[in-house]
Design a protein around this ligand. Structure first.
Ligand SMILES: [Zn+2]
Length: 188
C-alpha cells in the first residue's frame, strides 16, 4: 500500500478524537436581560396611501384638498359614476375623463369594530383601535375608516360621525371619523 494512502487512513481513524478535543466548553447561563426601551409610536395608520405628492400619484389633489378641509373624490364625466377611493380611470367605462367633486363630511355609523389586541406593527400603543363603516349623508358611499371621539364600548350603530382630517407625524395627512353625537339616529 502506498505511503500516502496509509497516512490518509490513519488520519481518518484519528479524526473523531481530534474533533472531540477541539470542542470548546460552553457554559449555558440564563442571564437576565433588560427589555428593549419602548419607542414612541410613529405610525397612526396602515399605509394604504403611502405617497401623497403629485410626483408620486395622480390623485394627489385628494390630499391637498383634505389638508384644506375639503373631502373630495372623483366622478366619471361620462357616466357620472361616483368613485371611491379617488381614481384616475373609471372602472365602468375606462375613460380618464374624471372630475373632482366634494363629498359631504357627515354620515351615520353603519357598523364598527374594535381591535383590543394584536395591533399592527408600530401601532401597539394605540390600542384599542376602533374602525367603522360610515354611510355618508347625501352620497351613495359607505366608507371605511378609524373612529375617534368616544370609547369603543360606548359607540353605537347609527351614531352621527363627521370626517376629520388629521396630520400624521411624518408630515402626511389622512382622514378619520369623529363620533359627533351620543344620540343614536336611525340611518336613512
Ligand atoms: Zn365611466
Amino acid at each position: 500500500m502506498p505511503a500516502v494512502a496509509v497516512a490518509k487512513r490513519r488520519a481518518k481513524k484519528r479524526a473523531p478524537k481530534r474533533a472531540e478535543a477541539a470542542l470548546p466548553k460552553i457554559e449555558l447561563r440564563a442571564e437576565p436581560t433588560a427589555p428593549p426601551p419602548k419607542k414612541p409610536a410613529t405610525l397612526t395608520l396602515l399605509d394604504f396611501f403611502p405617497q401623497e405628492e403629485s410626483q408620486q400619484t395622480r390623485v394627489a389633489r385628494f390630499f391637498t384638498e383634505l389638508r384644506a378641509g375639503r373631502f373630495m373624490t372623483t366622478r366619471c364625466a361620462k357616466d357620472k359614476k361616483l368613485l371611491w377611493p379617488p381614481r384616475v380611470t373609471c372602472p365602468q367605462c375606462h375613460t380618464e375623463e374624471l372630475e373632482w367633486v366634494e363629498l359631504p363630511q357627515r354620515g351615520h355609523l353603519y357598523a364598527f369594530s374594535a381591535l383590543l389586541a394584536g395591533a399592527p406593527l408600530g401601532m401597539e400603543d394605540e390600542l384599542p383601535i376602533t374602525v367603522g363603516l360610515v354611510d355618508l349623508e347625501g352620497a351613495p358611499l359607505r366608507l371605511f375608516g378609524r373612529l375617534v371621539g368616544a370609547p369603543w364600548n360606548e359607540i353605537r350603530v347609527g351614531e352621527r360621525v363627521r370626517v376629520e382630517p388629521y396630520d400624521l407625524p411624518d408630515g402626511r395627512v389622512f382622514y378619520r371619523f369623529h363620533v359627533e353625537s351620543r344620540s343614536v339616529e336611525k340611518p336613512t
